[in-house]
Design a binder for this molecule. Structure first.
Ligand code: PEP
Ligand code: MG
Length: 761
């Protein structure tokens, strides 16, 4: 490539990266390519997976009215061929090619020279970039390289737009037809309801559009001007507080901010948008985005810098608006919570009686959001790539948690189908409910205790109703996650006491605070490159003995009447951690006894969820009374697959041969040293993998309340020897699909197909 072409390439790439959105990026690309390559037409086609079509998305040289209208089937024409072959196709005269397909709207009759390259990301063809020449033209190798380089750039822009939901809005007319979105099944079940978008505080891009009635305009304007005054006051306070700390020039920045705040262009533009029917937050988002873009486009570096200030200003105003516009009370009917990323604290925003399901663009089946949704008996679909968060508020949705699908604005026929499925689910659940008082034992009478995983007070009643024999995992971090600050000792003790009392005399296993990873406390931020390999669980607690001691004291104190308490430490990777933790527990115990409370030393257990613990069972068994296998983390660490990363979600599987072998090793070692062992990861709640665990000889299984009866049903259909024989066969297998099939078939053969986990697409 000549230096000239190289430098234009660099410029285009820069412009594509700076573009305010995908539409702009596409328009820049087609225009610039046309100039540089001196071709007669440049066009970009996107692949729409729902409609299974290639759609013209941008062009320079073809009829502009054809954008969005020209649609090819995936195997149609020369661009269909580029898609199929996933490599460039360079033809001197397209008319002579057998795959040539004439389309009137594009006036293609006049084009002969054709070069099409696929836009590829993660092995998938997202679209096609095509240049055309009126005359016959054989494009050079350099032309091909040039176009391939730009297609790679576009791939980045498209996949970013996908994440932001922009692609869905471009491809689909959201206000019109119905469409569906694919994700990963987070928890099973079906729900129908209205989309209720929740967003992280102060995230402009996630603010949804919302139309307001004329009567609401004044109120919205008032809220906006109040927010402005609050920010102004904030700046004044800040500049006073910082007077002795910052230089005069830096302090002057606050004045610049205050000036911007009072600038008519900003406030008037927001107010005009409110008057046109947009709510204050949406009007602010649009205005700030517009201003930021204006400044970013400026040549002068100083002004480009100001774009950052405007964004910051926008966020501050938004924060105040959100304080006054929280919608907690406005939810009055069944809703489906929608967000880019759902955090545990979002569950506190919607009254649980109205919450029907959860969908998010981030996350995977083993993320804590999915686990929590499952615990609450809510269907969830996560990892929905192209979720149009900002445009979906209030739309009717069907959430199919079995298949990982979401249907937006479903047709009457589809609704009817899903209502039928919901009825069938109800019947299945009522059949299961007959098992509540039946024992959890195999056909030959071997008892396997079934416990629940919980963490929310709302969960107590379903847990008790499930007939569970105790709590195998109480995730103490959950109450911490839905608050604004660390709860004190007495407040914690009150919650723990309530749990112990509700389940008494059944045992309750409290796991000490397991924050870090994907569970960050809003008031205890942790910034790390690799949070799952970082400061997590027991590591944080040992570095913060004051937090650990407070929690241990609260847990021990709560046991004052019931004596059904068990204590468990998460994320242990080293024996020294256990010794240190035990020393602190002894200290807390001693302190409480010195204070006059005569409390027993708790039954103590460890979670086996880090591979290093699998190989230290002998040393660990000397130190504690029981083990519980955290298969969610053990799977992620053994397979090197981030449990939260949807990109690698297909590789995450707790029935992987390596995971099964590791768990068997732990169960055998625990029994060798006479310690009971349970499994409290999600695999314990899946009937098929639960059978494998029974075959291994685990003493108990702990799972979401909603899974207890399904697992009980499975256990009651097999003898212990059956499960051992299945396990033996599974352990000899080399890949996960065969193992899954083996157990699914076994369930099918005993007439329990309803217990087979449906595969998400
Ligand atoms: C696990 O890792 O299996 C587990 C039960 O803990 P959590 O899912 O809360 O990390
Ligand atoms: Mg874990």
């Amino acid at each position: 490539m000549t230096t000239d072409i190289l430098s234009t390439l660099r410029n285009i790439i820069q412009d594509v990266n700076d573009a305010s959105g995908l539409e702009q990026a596409l328009n820049i690309t087609v225009k610039r390519i046309k100039q540089v390559m001196q071709v007669d037409a440049v066009s970009v086609y996107f692949r729409d997976n729902t409609l299974q079509q290639l759609i013209l998305m941008a062009t320079d040289g073809l009829n502009q009215n054809a954008i969005g209208k020209i649609r090819f089937n995936l195997d149609q024409g020369l661009i269909g061929l580029v898609l199929k072959q996933a490599e460039p196709i360079n033809i001197e005269d397209a008319h002579e090619h057998p795959d040539y397909h004439f389309v009137t709207e594009t006036d293609e009759i006049s084009f002969h020279g054709f070069l099409g390259v696929p836009i590829i990301q993660h092995r998938q063809v997202l679209g096609i970039l095509v240049v055309r020449q009126t005359r016959r033209r054989r494009f050079s190798a350099n032309d091909e390289t040039y176009l391939v380089t730009l297609a790679a750039q576009l791939a980045g822009a498209i996949s970013h737009a996908k994440k932001m939901g922009e692609l869905t809005s471009l491809l689909k007319n959201i206000d019109g037809q119905s469409f569906h979105l694919s994700g990963i099944s987070g928890s099973s079940g079906v729900a129908i309801g209205e989309a209720h978008v929740v967003y992280p505080p102060a995230s402009l891009s996630a603010v949804p559009d919302k139309q307001i009635a004329p009567a609401e305009v004044d109120e919205q304007i008032r809220e906006f001007t109040n927010a402005l005054s609050s920010v102004e006051k904030e700046f004044k306070d800040l500049s006073q507080r910082m007077a002795g700390v910052l230089s005069k020039e830096d302090i002057a920045l606050f004045d610049v901010f205050a000036l911007m705040l009072r600038s008519d262009t900003l406030t008037e533009a927001v107010i005009a948008r409110i008057k046109a029917g947009q709510w204050a937050q949406g009007a602010l988002r649009e205005t700030i985005t517009e201003h930021v873009k204006k400044f970013t486009d400026m040549e002068d570096a100083y002004f480009r810098e100001r774009a950052v200030d405007i964004k910051d200003l926008g966020l501050r105003i938004l924060m105040h608006l959100q304080k006054s516009q929280r919608e907690i009370k406005q939810v009055k009917g069944p809703v489906i919570m929608v967000a880019e990323e759902i955090t545990v604290s979002h569950f506190a925003e919607v009254p649980l009686e109205y919450l029907m399901a959860v969908i998010s663009s981030k996350g995977s089946a083993s993320s804590h959001v999915s686990i929590l949704a499952n615990a609450l008996g809510l269907p969830s679909v996560v990892g929905v790539d192209d979720l149009p968060v900002s445009r979906i508020q209030g739309q009717q949705l069907i959430v199919d948690g079995y298949q990982g699908q979401v249907y937006v604005k479903p047709s009457a026929a589809l609704l009817e189908e899903f209502y039928r499925l919901m009825d069938a689910d109800k019947i299945h659940n009522s059949e299961l409910s007959e098992l509540v008082d039946k024992p959890s034992e195999t056909l030959d009478g071997v008892h396997i205790a079934l416990h629940v995983n919980t963490g929310l007070l709302e969960d107590i009643s379903p847990s008790l109703k499930s007939g569970a024999e105790g709590v195998g995992l109480y995730r103490t971090e959950i109450p911490f996650l839905i608050r604004d600050g660390f709860p004190g000792e007495d407040e914690q003790a009150k919650t723990y006491r309530q749990i112990l009392k509700s389940f008494s005399p059944r045992p309750v296993t409290f796991r000490t605070l397991d924050i870090g990873g994907d569970k960050a406390l809003p008031y205890f931020p942790i910034e790390e490159e690799n949070p799952f390999l970082g400061w997590r669980g027991i590591r944080i607690m040992l570095d913060h003995p004051e937090l650990f001691l407070t929690q241990i004291r609260a847990i021990l104190k709560s046991n004052v009447y019931q004596n059904n308490l068990r204590l468990m430490l998460p994320m242990v990777s080293d024996v020294a951690e256990v010794d240190e933790a035990v020393a602190l527990i002894r200290r807390a115990h001693q302190e409480l006894n010195d204070e006059g409370l005569s409390l027993p030393f708790p039954v103590l257990g460890l979670m086996i969820e880090v591979p290093s613990a699998v190989y230290q069972m002998r040393a660990l068994a000397k130190r504690v009374d029981f083990f519980s296998i955290g298969s969610n983390d053990l799977t992620q660490y053994l397979l090197a697959v981030d449990r939260n990363n949807k990109q690698v979600a297909a590789l995450y599987n707790s029935m992987h041969p390596a995971v099964l072998h590791a768990i068997r090793e732990v169960v055998n070692s625990a029994h060798l040293y006479n310690k009971p062992v349970s499994v409290c990861g999600e695999m314990a709640g899946d009937p098929a993998s639960a059978l494998a665990l029974v075959g291994m000889g685990v003493d108990s299984l702990s799972m979401s309340a909603g899974s207890v009866l399904k697992v009980k049903m499975a256990i009651r259909l097999f003898t212990k020897a059956d499960t051992e024989a299945l396990l033996k066969e599974a352990l000899a297998m080399e890949n996960v699909a065969d193992i899954r099939l083996l157990f699914d078939r076994a369930l099918e053969q005993v007439g329990a197909s309803s217990l087979i986990k449906k595969k998400s697409q």
